[in-house]
Design a protein. Structure first.
Length: 133
């Protein structure tokens, strides 16, 4: 079974110039732990996760600093710039291995430099539970 067989094709993305508040809204609305940071041409430039936001919030010292973090800080300032990627034709087992060794919950799927999907630990567990792998 290949990554393309298990990946989610509708990748949730956000622009790097969006505010942290907008990113939090997307994370909450979509019920996900991370979203792709993309350019207008659907090119992956990073990933922002709830962990990124929580780390930044933990560093705030008061309500004003928290408000500045949410309303004035851009996603580009908090995102992880090197999101891990995988090709759609790679075996699902290899995707699981890469997530395990990198200690991440998802890999973004790129084909010829274009973001085409995301495969997560949940996708792999679902496939295992349903007997697909």
């Amino acid at each position: 079974m290949r990554v393309a067989d298990l990946m989610t094709r509708d990748v949730i993305g956000i622009d790097r110039d969006a505010t942290v508040a907008e990113a939090i809204g997307r994370l909450a609305d979509e019920h996900v732990g991370a979203i792709a940071v993309v350019t207008g041409r659907n090119r992956l430039v990073g990933v922002i996760s709830t962990a990124d936001v929580l780390r930044a919030e933990a560093d705030t010292t008061d309500t004003d600093a928290r408000d500045i973090l949410f309303e004035q800080t851009r996603v580009a300032e908090l995102m992880t710039a090197r999101a891990l990627t995988i090709a759609p034709g790679v075996e699902a087992r290899e995707a699981a291995r890469q997530m395990l060794y990198a200690d991440v919950h998802r890999l973004f799927v790129e084909d010829a430099g274009e973001l085409v999907g995301v495969i997560s630990q949940s996708d792999l567990v679902r496939a295992l539970a349903l007997g697909k792998v």
